[in-house]
Every structure is written in structure tokens, then in C-alpha cells.
Design a protein around this ligand. Structure first.
Ligand code: NAD
Ligand code: 89V
Length: 341
């Protein structure tokens, strides 16, 4: 049985903890949070009695097989480095780092220490997105030449995650990062990117609308568009919609998980509704299912000594897209050579 220690018992960590409880071969034996009330509440809710307000103490006193970091971004680098210095495999929530310098340093530190590092970049683990990727892999629509990854909503994310309203950077760093990672997952790595941003909601500090245009190394052209200022007749939070055009047809992932495949003149429709785990709640169940999926993948990777799909090194490429998007938006939609970022 793998023993994990979780650092950061806030809003999102409860999803990690529920998922760990459901996955075979793993158990969370210790929790850490600087906030004693949150720590105690999580300990009671998940039946964990080894509680720490200091991560270094937890790592020194416990016998752990890995560390799961679910704090916000500013603490990621010191905590990842702490785990690596103790020789422990480590999971780190997204956004992995505030900048590429920190991100590269964290990857180097873990590689030097010989510890596995996975970024908890879970959106690509959503079942509907995996279903689309499987169709692309078998060539259902021929050679893909165009794609769109879209997330448009007016959901009040700030009530659960108040820090999102006060950070200088908002939607690209928090949500666009998922969209960019999905674009990489579906269409491959990116050579050039241009972006434009807007701040529509006057009560927040960062940008809440972003549109990114990419040229992928595969030749695919794609658009990632995201907004938290878009009030639709039907609120679709937190669904990611897809449009993909290929030489033999098209794939659309539309509202409420309706998948349409139009290939060689024949149209098929399927529902690819996410599983509702018994601890999950709508509309978050889509994300909650992906948390379970990525953590199950982590356990399988540790067992087979495989690099996780969203390893730290892999995530540097998604981080580079985030940096390129802010760079382009600040420079009037300039085309950014992603390798030079
Ligand atoms: P939060 O502020 O609710 O929780 C973070 C917790 O970490 C707090 O309780 C805080 O006291 C604790 N903490 C901070 N530094 C610490 C340290 N050095 N040692 C111990 N405890 C420490 O934040 P949240 O909303 O749960 O977000 C956490 C992370 O999860 C963020 O990076 C966010 O972007 C990410 N997130 C991911 C998803 C997803 O789907 N992948 C969804 C929501 C949030
Ligand atoms: O997944 C996330 O990172 C979240 C949310 C989907 C709410 O933007 O912050």
C-alpha cells in the first residue's frame, strides 16, 4: 500500500482526498496545512489523524512514499524542492509555477534527485476528452487540420476561489492553462502562438477573457478561447467544448457532453457523460472524475516506474504556452515562437 502525505487542505484538496479514498493500493496517512482549522476539518472528514502545520516536519517524521501538493502556486517551488530533497515522488497542482524559471528549476531539481514529478493537470483526463482523443488516434476523421478548444461561462468561480479575483493574471494562468494543455493533448506541440485578452468584470484584477491562436508542429491550426464573462442561456460550467475538422470529416463535443462524429458523409451521435462518483457534485463531477483518473494514473506510473503523462518536463511545454500567451497579448497579438520563450 502506497502511503501519501497531502500538503494544502483547502477548497480543491477535498477532491484529491475523496479520489485517494476510492483508489486501490494507496492511502493518505498524513495531512499538512498552515491553517489549523482547515487541517483539523480535513483530518476529521477523511479520518486522517497525523496532522501537521509544517510540511518539513511532516516529511521528516512520517514514512511516506509520495507527497501530493494542493496549495496555491506561490508555495509550489519550495514544497516541490522539499519533497525532492527527501527523495520523495511528488504531485504538484497546476499552475505548476508562476514563471518558467521556477518551473524549469523544479523539473531539474526532481530529475537530479531521481524523483518522479507529476503536475496535477487533470483536465485532459476528463472522459469526454479522452473519447475524442481515441477517435483521432484511430483516424476517424482523417488528417486533422483545424481545432477549437472552448470554455465560455459566467459561473462565479470567485466564491470558492477568492484569490482568482485579486491576482494580476487570471484566466490564462488558471483556466487557459487547461485549454492549452488540451490543445497539446489533441493536436501536439505548438510552434507559434498569438493571443488577445480582455478584462470585462470590473470587480476583478486580471484578465477574464482570452483568445489564443496556435500553429502546431503537426500543421494543425487551433484556437483556444476562454471566458468567465460570458452569460449564456444555459450555463455550461465547467464544460470544455471542442470543434475538430479533418480531411474525412468532423468531430464536435457540444453542450452537455454530446459527441457528434461526421465521417465520410455519415453522422453518429453519442453521449459521453462523465461518471458521477458518489462523493462528486454537479456541475463539478466532470472535473472530479478527472481528478480520480489522473490520481489512478499516478499510482499506475509509480508501480511501473513510468513517467506520468503530465510529468513536470511535459508540463514545461504547457507552461511555455501560458508565457507565450501573456507575451503576445502584451505585444499587440504578436506571433510568439514558443521554443524561444
Ligand atoms: P485554497 O487557498 O483553498 O487552499 C490552499 C491551502 O493550502 C490553504 O488551506 C492554505 O492554508 C494551504 N497552504 C498554503 N501554503 C502552505 C504551506 N506552505 N504549507 C501548508 N499549507 C499551505 O486553494 P485551492 O482553491 O484549493 O487551490 C489550490 C490549487 O489547486 C491551486 O493551485 C489551484 O489553481 C488548483 N486548482 C485546481 C483545479 C483543477 O481542476 N486542477 C481546480 C481548482 C483549483
Ligand atoms: O480547474 C481550475 O483550475 C479551476 C476552475 C475550473 C474553476 O477555473 O480554477
Amino acid at each position: 500500500m502506497l502511503k501519501g502525505g497531502l500538503i494544502g487542505c483547502g477548497f480543491f484538496a477535498h477532491n484529491h482526498l475523496h479520489a485517494w479514498q476510492e483508489i486501490d493500493g494507496v492511502t493518505i496517512t498524513a495531512l499538512c496545512d498552515r491553517d489549523e482549522a482547515r487541517l483539523k476539518q480535513a483530518g476529521e472528514r477523511f479520518g486522517v489523524s497525523r496532522l501537521y502545520t509544517d510540511a518539513a516536519q511532516m516529511i521528516a517524521r512520517e514514512t511516506l512514499d509520495f507527497v501530493d501538493i494542493a496549495t496555491t502556486v506561490k508555495t509550489h517551488r519550495p514544497l516541490v524542492e522539499l519533497a525532492a530533497s527527501a527523495g520523495l515522488p511528488v504531485i504538484c497542482q497546476k499552475p505548476f509555477a508562476e514563471n518558467l524559471i521556477d518551473a524549469r528549476a523544479m523539473v531539474d531539481t526532481c530529475e537530479r534527485a531521481g524523483v518522479t514529478l507529476m503536475v496535477h493537470e487533470n483536465f485532459r483526463w476528463q472522459a469526454p476528452l479522452r473519447a475524442v482523443r481515441a477517435l483521432l488516434d484511430i483516424g476517424r476523421i482523417g488528417e486533422v487540420f483545424w481545432g477549437r478548444v472552448s470554455f465560455r461561462s459566467a459561473y462565479d468561480v470567485f466564491s470558492g476561489q477568492p484569490y482568482l479575483a485579486t491576482s494580476d493574471r487570471f484566466i490564462i494562468e488558471d483556466l487557459g492553462i487547461h485549454m492549452l494543455d488540451i490543445a497539446r493533448f489533441l493536436f501536439g506541440d505548438v510552434s507559434h502562438l498569438s493571443a488577445a485578452t480582455r478584462t470585462v468584470n470590473p470587480r476583478i484584477r486580471g484578465e477574464d477573457v482570452a483568445t489564443m491562436l496556435m500553429v502546431h508542429e503537426s500543421g494543425v491550426n487551433s484556437i483556444c478561447d476562454c471566458s468567465y464573462a460570458t452569460s449564456l442561456q444555459e450555463e455550461l460550467f465547467p464544460q470544455t467544448l471542442l470543434e475538430i475538422d479533418g480531411s474525412r470529416g468532423t468531430i464536435r463535443l457540444s453542450a452537455n457532453y454530446e459527441l457528434t462524429i461526421h465521417s465520410e458523409g455519415v453522422t453518429e451521435k453519442h453521449m459521453v457523460t462523465p461518471v458521477l462518483h458518489d462523493w462528486a457534485s454537479r456541475p463539478w463531477h466532470n472535473i472530479q472524475e478527472s481528478v480520480y483518473n489522473i490520481q489512478q494514473h499516478w499510482v499506475a506510473c509509480l508501480a511501473s516506474q513510468r513517467a506520468p503523462e503530465t510529468s513536470g518536463r511535459d508540463n514545461l511545454k504547457t507552461m511555455a504556452l501560458v508565457a507565450a500567451a501573456y507575451q503576445s497579448a502584451a505585444d499587440n497579438l504578436a506571433s510568439v515562437d514558443v521554443k524561444a520563450v
